[in-house]
Every structure is written in C-alpha cells, then in structure tokens.
Write a protein that binds this ligand. Structure first.
Ligand code: EPU
Length: 294
C-alpha cells in the first residue's frame, strides 16, 4: 500500500486537473489493506473520501482533510460466462469495449462514459443509451467500520444518477451480461460514441455533465439545453467556461482554478433559475475541506 501523509501533499488526479491535494491518501492493493486503512484512520482528522477515476470530481483549491482512498489498484477483472467480476478501480471504458468484443451485451450504451467501475456503480453512471444499474448483479462493499460484505440484487437500489451505496465503499461488482452478437454490439458502441463525439467536448479538462437533467412537470429535460437556452454557452470566469458544444459541460484551460469552476457553476445555476424557472441540481461531486462526502 502506498501511503502519503503530509498536509495537502498528495495530489488528487481529476479530469479537470485543477484543485488541491489530500492531507492523507492511501492506495490499497487489496480489500484487506483498504479495510485496515479505514480502521486505522482517526475520524478526528476528517472524513474518508473515495477516489475513482476522478472523472466527475472537483476538488477545492485548498485540498481536503481526512483520508482519501484511491481505488486504482483494486483493478482485477475476471470474465465469466455470464458477465464479469471486477474491482472498483477497473476502468469502465475498457470493460465496455472488452464486453462487446467477447459478445457480452448490456454495456455498449455506456460507451464514452469515463469512470472507474466503483464510481460508475456508486452513482449509476449512464445516459440516454443505458445505465450501469441494468447490468449490476452484486456489489461488494466496505462500511465505515472497515467491515466488508456483498450486497445481493434485492439489497441494491438505483435511481437516476444515484444508488443506495452512499456511506459505503464499493470495492468490487459483478455485472450480468447476456450473450449477444459481437458485431452488433460493436456497431451499437460505435453509434453511441459517434453521438458523444458530435454532441460533447472531448473529455480532457472537463468532468462530464455538471448538472443532473431536471424533472420538469414529470419529464426529464436536458440541463444542457436549458443552459444553452439561457444564453450561457461560452460564459467564462477566469480559466473556466461553459462549453460551446454542450451547455452542461464546463471546460478548463491553463490557469483555471477550482474557484473559477465553482463560481461559474453558481452563475449558471442562478441564470437558469432566472431565465427558465428551473433549479438545477449538481451531478458533479465537489470535495471541500471540512465538508464530508455525501
Ligand atoms: N441540447 C441543446 N443544447 C446543448 C446541449 C443539448 O440544445 O447545449 C439538446 C440536444 O440537441 C438534444 C437534447 O438537448 O436535443 C439532449 O442532449 P444530449 O443528447 O446531449 O443529452 P443530455 O440529456 O444533455 C445526457 C447525459 C449525458 C450523456 C448524454 C447522452 C445527464 C445529466 N446527461 O445528456 O451524461 O452523455 O445524455 O447519453 O444525464 C454525464 O452524466 O456526465 C453526461 C454527460
């Protein structure tokens, strides 16, 4: 296990590439190591936070207290006839392409979603073409006492970009993937990726959608479309701006800080409320010193 423990010394890698570091960070190589790290952690120093791929995460400029657990080394992948069993740190994009190659269906709609498997399960990653909840069979988790157990399908609850796994650390998941024609799966994956390429900015220096698509009169509407309608594309604070391509993406350039991104998000929320009368809820996870993760 790699340990770092100096005030805000350990850098936290996120897709945004801005923000501070962690006072303490561990990268466990096994679930046992992870459990031990939790048991040894003194809660008086701050909460435990879990780092996946950093694809949907913004860390504030002064970093975070407590303990950050990086799951990247928990990346075992075991293909089985009926699907795959993989560690939380396994990369979702690789699982998606490999499942299609092997003729295992269900993940092709998740093409182009940057995430670790653990992060994807925790927040039920997905979009218009599918969500991971449809494939999840069991989830192995560790609780705040450092004890692990496996949740059966009947114990799992998923909703739109949410699960009942908050407060738990996902360490492994088994996905049920029915057999399908690999060529058809690859063709579908290509279509999904083409839509993303067309509609969204490159994932680099962005963190996917900032807001959840709100429910307006019982119907989910695109937050990106509302932001666009409010005339906010290209809106900028410091090095952070609203993508010209898709309104729900904030892109950053050299010199950007987490504070620029946060201020821009606030401005977008206020303006969409004023112009469209809709309150937007954040999908992006923000880590702040002294504020526990949800
Ligand atoms: N639209 C605009 N202007 C914009 C953005 C979108 O007019 O700036 C319009 C589009 O033309 C389209 C409609 O709004 O008619 C929907 O757009 P899109 O297909 O891009 O889907 P979305 O609802 O905005 C959702 C997910 C994305 C996912 C896409 C495609 C959420 C919050 N967003 O976006 O997920 O990639 O569907 O599956 O659920 C993410 O979760 O990080 C994310 C980016």
């Amino acid at each position: 296990m790699i340990r770092v423990a100096k005030p805000a010394a350990a850098s936290i890698e996120t897709w945004f590439g801005v923000g501070g570091g962690a006072d303490a960070l561990v990268t466990p190589r096994s679930v046992e190591d992870l459990c031990a790290a939790i048991r040894e952690h003194d809660p008086a120093l701050g909460p435990v936070r879990v780092l996946g791929d950093g694809a949907n995460l913004l860390v504030s400029d002064d970093g975070v207290d407590g303990l950050v657990i990086d799951t990247k080394e928990l990346n075992s992948v075991e293909w089985i006839d009926t699907g795959v069993r993989a560690g939380a740190g396994a990369g979702l994009p690789k699982l998606v392409t490999e499942a299609c190659r092997r003729g295992l269906g269900g993940l092709e709609g998740l093409g182009g979603v940057p995430a670790s498997l653990g992060g994807a399960v925790r927040m039920n990653a997905g979009g218009a073409f599918g969500e991971i909840a449809d494939s999840v069979r069991t989830v192995r988790v560790v609780n705040s006492l450092g004890d692990e157990h496996t949740l059966k399908p009947s114990e799992l609850e998923f909703g739109y970009r949410r699960s009942n796994l908050s407060g738990l650390i996902v360490v492994e998941a088994e996905l049920a993937l029915p057999g399908a024609d690999p060529q058809a799966l690859r063709a579908r994956l290509k279509e999904v990726m083409a839509h993303k390429k067309d509609a969204q900015p490159l994932a680099a220096n962005s963190a996917g959608c900032v807001f959840k698509n709100p429910d307006v009169d019982g119907e989910r509407v695109s937050a990106g479309r509302l932001i666009d309608k409010a005339g906010l594309k290209g809106e900028r604070i410091g090095g952070a701006s609203v993508s010209e391509r898709h309104g729900n993406f904030v892109v950053v350039e050299d010199g950007a800080t987490a504070s620029h991104v946060l201020a821009l998000i606030d401005r977008v929320r206020e303006r969409v409320l004023a112009e469209c009368g809709v309150g937007l809820e954040q999908e992006l996870v923000v880590w702040k010193r002294g504020v526990p993760d949800e």
